[in-house]
Design a protein around this ligand. Structure first.
Ligand code: FEO
Length: 403
């Protein structure tokens, strides 16, 4: 557990978790941190608690002791978000004391009771409500529904201008000695840039519209610190992660870099040959290329590497009269996450009869992705000269459409 004083009376406790698949679904090549915060006025509030994730109250006692807080000083548990990575510890905490009040939205109240029982005291707060902890510390609460559960809110400490947005503005990637944005080495910064977009695309993207509303609300506050529930903490440039989230939300609705992502799979190399041919054309036109090979790469990679591209090429052969399933599943996952408005192109070996092209069009249509299909090309067996010409022409039209 990392422990740091953020500012006078405000502490961050951060615990790394590796060897887990986030939400039992998204692989985490660089792990994730779970951050909780303590605000010490006359009364003490714990925000987004993860202390006791390991189920050992001694961990909590030790950390509190080191910052001069006794168990009986804790008056409030602020639950910005009920998902179990942030609230699961309530189960353990209520075994060691009953003398605390949970602070949460009305929606969260119902969920907390459903998960942790009816015997908890819960203070329901609405947008703009506040709690005075004494000694100059005042907490304000701002509802941010559906980022990404319905009960979510942000907490803001007025005197230090600290924002506690829980999942919002979070990043994947474990946090070691360098907890703050201004402490990162260039290598760490590069890692968090990728892990930020991985987190957004895997966890938040479906709710881009609600994220945008939360960003508008965030921008009404004067902020010195952004202290999320996952990843690094922002103090030298707190607007950076807010700007990142705004840009990623725009990417969700069709904008993107001068960059093409190729989602591809190949059984015996016929389609792979044309993927390599395509990469060269794209690079020669001055576009960046990202490739996602399926099923080798993960669904997390699919979302992470697709989001910031303005164009997506789907390359896959026909399999049992439909699209090669690993690529079809990837496209379906993108549709479920509501990544809309991209320009796209399909090509692949049709084997002897085809069917993947129709499947491609069906997935885009049925998922309401609103992707503009520039072309869809099936070739029988291995690509012949006319298929090379067709694909080159289609790629050039794809690139023209986003240039
Ligand atoms: Fe970090 Fe939605 O939980």
């Amino acid at each position: 557990m990392n422990k740091k004083e953020v500012s006078d009376g405000i502490y961050a406790l951060s615990m790394n978790v590796d060897n887990i698949v986030f939400e039992n679904m998204w692989d985490l090549p660089n792990g994730v941190s779970l951050n909780s915060y303590i605000v010490k006025g006359k009364d003490v509030a714990i925000i987004d608690g993860v202390i006791g994730w390991d189920g050992i109250p001694e961990t909590l006692y030790k950390n509190l002791d080191e910052i001069g807080i006794k168990l009986e000083d804790i008056k409030y548990l602020v639950v910005n978000h009920v998902e179990m990575d942030h609230s699961g510890w309530i189960e353990n905490f209520k075994k060691i004391t009953k003398d605390f009040t949970i602070v949460a939205t009305k929606k969260a109240e119902d969920m907390i009771k459903a998960f942790y029982g009816d015997d908890l005291e819960i203070k329901v707060v609405k947008d703009g409500d506040s709690i005075d902890l004494g000694n100059g510390k005042v907490l304000e609460f701002y509802a941010t529904p559906n980022v990404h559960w319905p009960e979510t809110m942000m907490t803001y400490e007025v005197s230090s201008k600290s924002l506690f947005p829980c999942d919002l503005y979070g990043t994947f990637g474990q946090v070691e000695a360098h907890l703050f944005d201004d402490e990162l080495t260039p290598e760490e910064k590069a890692m968090y840039d990728i892990e930020g977009i991985r987190y957004y695309s895997n966890v938040m993207m479906t709710y881009a519209a609600m994220v945008k509303k939360a960003i508008v609300k965030t921008r009404t506050l004067d902020i010195n610190y952004v202290l999320p529930g996952h990843g690094i903490l922002f103090r030298s440039n707190p607007n950076q992660i807010i700007d990142d989230y705004e840009r990623w939300s725009d990417y969700t609705n069709g904008s993107g870099k001068k960059q093409v992502t190729i989602l591809w799979g190949s059984m015996y190399g016929s389609t792979e040959k044309m993927v390599n041919f395509s990469k060269q054309i794209i690079e020669d036109r001055g576009f960046a290329v990202k490739t996602v090979e399926l099923p080798k790469d993960t669904q997390s990679d699919v979302l992470t590497k697709s989001l910031d591209s303005s164009a997506i090429i789907v390359a896959a052969p026909t399999y049992e009269y439909k699209m090669f399933p690993p690529v079809a599943h990837a496209l379906d996952e993108i549709g479920r996450k509501r990544m809309t408005g991209k320009k796209t192109l399909y090509f692949g070996s049709a084997g002897w009869i085809g069917g993947a092209k129709r499947d491609f069009e069906n997935i885009i249509e049925s998922s309401k992705m609103n992707w503009e299909i520039i072309d869809a090309i099936e070739f029988i067996g291995n690509a012949r000269e006319n298929a090379y010409e067709q694909i080159e022409d289609a790629i050039n039209r794809l690139l023209d459409s986003v240039e």
